[in-house]
Design a protein. Structure first.
Length: 211
């Protein structure tokens, strides 16, 4: 019989300093190293350390759906994403190669892409926040281990179009989201396409131990 526990990851630098008296982020406790189904997480763009977010501003071109950006403030709101995996129970580690949905916890919009529209700055494939549900919301998490591990780079491949989720640090918006990096989808799984799961609310499935 399994029980579910939830662990709140407090690895924003200021919080860790307050709790542990130094700038050193503690190592992940054994059993909590996996990204699991049902967890709500922040995704950090490895190259720029910017968090994937939905600032609740619509694109002025393309689909005119909600913009998706990456922003350098680790404490920014609207940057939590719920990990959904079809057929998985809450707390089950996400296997590499799984098809997943990333749902923004503030708006319930899915991380979405589509081949019909170009991103507004770079002209790559647009990535948006979509309040419906269709196949454009489905991504494959690609990683080198058996399961998706926290604080370890992974890439996300869009199932419908085969493009990779990426952010371009040199492509930034002006008003009203000044300093936000463009997030789009591109052909290459290069350094611009690497993401890590950092802060969040993580579930873990553990067996009861006999006392």
């Amino acid at each position: 019989m399994h029980v579910f526990s939830v662990f709140v990851l407090l690895n924003a630098l200021g919080i860790c300093t307050a709790l542990f008296g130094s700038n050193k982020v503690p190592e992940l406790e054994k059993g909590w190293e996996h990204v699991t189904a049902g967890s709500t997480i922040k995704l950090s763009h490895v190259k720029s350390n910017a968090r994937l977010m939905m600032p609740q501003v619509s694109y002025g071109t393309g689909s005119q759906q909600q913009a998706i950006t990456a922003y350098s403030d680790a404490a920014a709101t609207k940057a939590f994403w719920r990990v959904e995996v079809e057929g998985s129970t809450r707390g089950q580690p996400v296997a590499c190669g799984s098809q997943i949905w990333l749902i923004n916890s503030d708006t319930d919009h899915g991380l979405h892409s589509h081949g019909a529209h170009k991103s507004p700055i770079s002209g790559n494939q647009e990535v948006s926040g979509y309040d419906g549900r269709d196949t454009g919301d489905v991504w494959t998490v690609e990683c080198s281990q058996e399961t998706w591990l926290r604080e370890t780079p992974v890439v996300f491949k869009h199932v419908d179009t085969g493009k990779y989720l990426l952010s371009l640090p040199n492509k930034k918006f002006r008003q009203p989201i000044t300093g936000h990096q463009e997030v789009c989808a591109g052909k290459s799984a290069d350094s611009n396409a690497q993401w890590m799961a950092l802060e969040g609310y993580y579930f873990s499935r553990r067996s009861n131990e006999a006392k």
